[in-house]
Design a protein around this ligand. Structure first.
Ligand code: IPE
Ligand code: MG
Length: 235
C-alpha cells in the first residue's frame, strides 16, 4: 500500500471516473485528437495501477458512451482500434495483478473484433479476486435502465413486484455497490453516467484534462472525499 493511502480515511469502496478532455489536450499541442485519446488510454492504465495500490475494491471508468457514436466516423473507429490494441497489449499485466474486468454497457452495436476483445478480457479475469475494474464501453445510463426493465420482463423467474434492491440487480452493474465518489475531469456534468448508481455519490469536478490527471490529482480527490460529510438524506 502506498504511504498516502494509509493517511487518507475513509476511502471510497467504489470510484467512478469520467475521463474527459483528451481532445482538448491534443488540440492544445496542435496534435490530432486521436493522439489525445492515446494519451488518455495510457493514463487510464497508470491510474488503474495506482488506484490498485489502495484498498479500493471497485473502479469504473466511462470509456465510451452510446452518444459518443455521433462523433465523426474516423474518431470512433480510431477509438475502437485503440481499445482493441490496449486489450491485446495490457490484458496480461492486468490479469497478473488479480484485477477482475467487468464490462458495463451494451455489447450489441460494437464491431465484432472489439466484442471479442471485451469477452476475452472479462472471461480471462472472471475468477480474479482483487480490484474490480469496470469499463463502461458503449454505455448510457438511460439505456441501462431501459435494458434492465426489458431484462426483468424477459426473466422467467422475475419477481412480481420490484423493489430498489431487486431492480438494481438487473442493471449492468448487477451486484456491484453504489458509487461513493464520482470524479470528472474537464467538465462539470454527469453525461448520463451511472445515473442510478450515483444517486448519493460525492462528486468531484476538476478542470484538469484527463491525460494530465496524475497520482497527485487522485490523492487530492480522495483527500477531499475523506473530508465530506455523507448523510444520505439524513441529518
Ligand atoms: C474524452 O475525451 C474521451 C471520450 C469521450 C472517449 P474527449 O474526446 O471528450 O475530449 P474533449 O472533450 O474533446 O477535450
Ligand atoms: Mg469531452
Amino acid at each position: 500500500m502506498s504511504l498516502t493511502a494509509e493517511k487518507i480515511s475513509p476511502l471510497p469502496t467504489h470510484i467512478a471516473i469520467v475521463p474527459d478532455g483528451n481532445g482538448r489536450w491534443a488540440e492544445k499541442r496542435g496534435l490530432p485528437r486521436l493522439n489525445g485519446h492515446r494519451e488518455g488510454v495510457l493514463n487510464m492504465l497508470r491510474m488503474i495501477q495506482y488506484i490498485n495500490e489502495y484498498p479500493i475494491k471497485y473502479v469504473t471508468f466511462y470509456g465510451f458512451s452510446t452518444e459518443n457514436r455521433n462523433r465523426p466516423e474516423p474518431e470512433v473507429k480510431g477509438l475502437f482500434k485503440l481499445v482493441e490494441h490496449f486489450v491485446d497489449e495490457q490484458l496480461g499485466k492486468i490479469h497478473e495483478k488479480n484485477i477482475k474486468i467487468r464490462h458495463i454497457g451494451r455489447m450489441s452495436g460494437l464491431p465484432e473484433s472489439l466484442q471479442n476483445a471485451i469477452t476475452k478480457a472479462v472471461s480471462l479475469t472472471a475468477n480474479n479476486t482483487g480490484m474490480n475494474l469496470g469499463i463502461a464501453w458503449n454505455y448510457g445510463g438511460r439505456a441501462e435502465i431501459v435494458d434492465a426493465i426489458n431484462k426483468w420482463a424477459a426473466d422467467p423467474n422475475r419477481p412480481q413486484t420490484l423493489d430498489e434492491k431487486s431492480f438494481a440487480s438487473y442493471l449492468y452493474t448487477g451486484d456491484m455497490p453504489e458509487v461513493d465518489l464520482l470524479i470528472r475531469t474537464a467538465e462539470k456534468r454527469l453525461s448520463n453516467f451511472l445515473l442510478w448508481q450515483s444517486a448519493y455519490s460525492e462528486i468531484y469536478f476538476t478542470d484538469v484534462l484527463w491525460p494530465d490527471f496524475d497520482k497527485a490529482e487522485i490523492d487530492k480527490a480522495l483527500t477531499e472525499y475523506s473530508k465530506r460529510n455523507r448523510r444520505f438524506g439524513g441529518l
